[in-house]
Design a protein around this ligand. Structure first.
Ligand code: 4AD
Ligand code: MG
Length: 479
């Protein structure tokens, strides 16, 4: 007999027919005569209830039916007597595929803290919360590919191991096969990377952008979607050492085209979640509300689904860095020195407290900040005519802060070279990149969306380590 997934079973009209399901026991309760077994197979949030008449099964089998055990259950699908579910299975046959010792299985049918589940990340997929999060993660990854494919963008795979460390996006992880105790050294006493695996020093990539630009200046519109690595010692709820980034790069786009794409893209993804993940979103909304019960009313998050719809219904506010600095300088928390970093003058880098003030207090809406001082942005950004700002854009989201960073790129070879010199970016190592500006150079633009920051927003989870299956963070690389 062919197994049916619980999601399909709950959507089917198969009452009266015989079905076979396979999955894991969430809970078992019962009386002397009947056992009620809640089964889940990961295909959806909902469990299906299995009713087992104790007299029809041998005692040994039922004893092995514990939380966490894997079962194959055959039986008749009937309309449910109890509340909470439309249908249930009256079991005729129960096979224990894999038992789970109830004294040792860590995921008990009770509320576990997120910290406990992080320590047991290898088993946390078996909880409602994490199965919901990772189903949504899948749906968002699919939606990203669908969005770009439908628009004629090509998915370009950029390398994870890179010989350039010039992007400047963050500290890098070295990739080497040299003996860490006795590496070969040059006459000057430095480590001799000529003798390393690739014949040069290599690192894990912090971004696929520079290679992405090579693709865009031939294929037109491309995107990358892959893991990136940053060795910063940032132990926050918004940073990972290994995170996934989506980086579209588009020929013939200026900054405005770039902003329009970013806004349309974010709205598409949120709409996709609402259209395809409602059951999981409703569950996560309830979870968040319960978690925030103890908080004061003005510290509680907006209800999750309402918050997602709010994004769809409103235009993102667009303003320049210079306008933002004026607003921040005159803001209450700045005047009362409530910000940890008080904004004194133009040129200051914005911290997440400032970004969140703009988004959550001032505009109560996503904000796209543009035209930042060149001093605080990467060398490749297009220089504005004022000589001090660049055509950068950061998209700021409520509860998150920066979710997207991007810019129009400098297409003028001379200007780019000058900037590289000023910022100590080694032009000799970047010859391959500069060729895009030597041959058929064009205006182009792109941005990077942090996949896990998107997921924080869509799921309402509070810690970025809870939206990636196996988080990597300082002092943390389990599993
Ligand atoms: O602003 P970033 O550093 O931009 C770039 O890497 C550009 N090369 C993108 C481009 O123009 N193609 O990073 C982009 C986004 C951030 O806005 C943030 O959402 C996410 O990546 N991000 C992180 N997410 C999790 N953990 C970290 N340590 C992150 N650092 C950046
Ligand atoms: Mg950034």
């Amino acid at each position: 007999m062919k197994r049916i997934k619980i999601k399909d079973l709950l959507q089917s009209d198969a009452v009266g027919s015989e079905v076979l399901i396979k999955g894991w026991v969430r809970t078992k309760r019962g009386s002397k005569n009947v056992n009620f077994i809640a089964m889940n197979d990961g295909s959806c949030l909902a469990n299906v209830q299995v009713v087992a008449d104790v007299n029809n099964f041998n005692e040994e089998t039922l004893k092995e039916v514990n939380t966490g055990a894997a079962l194959a259950v055959k039986g008749e699908l009937v309309a449910s007597q109890g509340s909470g579910q439309k249908v249930e299975i009256v079991a005729t046959d129960i096979e224990v595929i894999g038992g789970a010792d109830p004294d040792k299985y860590p995921i008990q049918p009770k509320k576990h803290s997120l910290e406990f589940l992080r320590e047991n990340a290898h088993l946390r997929f078996r909880t409602n919360t994490f199965s919901a999060v990772f189903r949504i993660r899948h749906a968002m990854a699919y939606a990203i590919h669908k969005y770009f494919n439908d628009k004629g963008f090509y998915y370009l795979h950029t390398p994870l191991i890179t010989g350039s460390d010039a992007e400047g996006a963050g500290q890098m992880f070295r990739v080497t096969t040299l003996d860490p105790v006795n590496p070969p050294v040059t006459e000057e006493g430095d480590v001799d990377y000529k003798q390393d695996f690739f014949g040069k020093a290599t690192n894990l990539t912090v971004s696929g952008q520079l290679e992405g630009e090579l693709g865009a200046t031939a294929l037109g519109e491309i995107y990358t979607f892959g893991p990136t690595f940053r060795a910063e010692n940032s132990n926050t709820t918004r940073h990972l050492s290994e995170f996934w980034m989506i980086e579209p790069e588009m020929a013939f786009y200026d900054l405005k085209d770039n902003m329009d794409l970013a806004e349309d893209f974010m709205k598409y993804l949120i709409q996709y979640a609402l259209d395809n993940c409602m059951e999981d979103l409703q569950f996560l909304s309830k979870r968040q509300q319960e978690e925030e019960k103890g908080k004061k009313a003005d510290e509680r998050s907006m209800e999750l689904i309402e918050k997602l719809k709010f994004i769809l219904d409103n235009d993102f506010v667009r303003l320049t860095y210079t306008e933002a600095i004026d607003i921040l300088r005159n803001s209450k928390p700045n005047k009362k020195k409530k910000f940890q970093f008080v904004i004194e003058e133009w040129g200051a880098d914005l911290q997440s407290e400032h970004e969140r003030y703009l988004v959550e207090k001032k505009f109560k809406c996503p904000v796209i900040l543009t035209d930042y001082p060149n001093e605080i942005k990467a060398f490749y950004m297009k220089q504005n005519d004022d000589g001090k700002t660049v055509a950068a854009m950061d998209v700021l989201f409520p509860g998150i802060g920066e979710i997207i960073g991007g810019s129009q790129r400098e297409e003028n070879l001379e200007k780019l070279l000058t900037r590289m010199k000023e910022m100590d970016v080694p032009a000799e190592e970047m010859d391959w990149y500069l060729d895009t500006r030597r041959f058929g150079s064009i205006p182009h633009a792109g941005f990077g969306l942090g996949f896990e920051r998107l997921l924080l927003f869509v799921t309402g989870m509070g810690n970025i380590r809870d939206v990636i299956p196996f988080p990597r963070a300082p002092k943390n690389a389990e599993f």
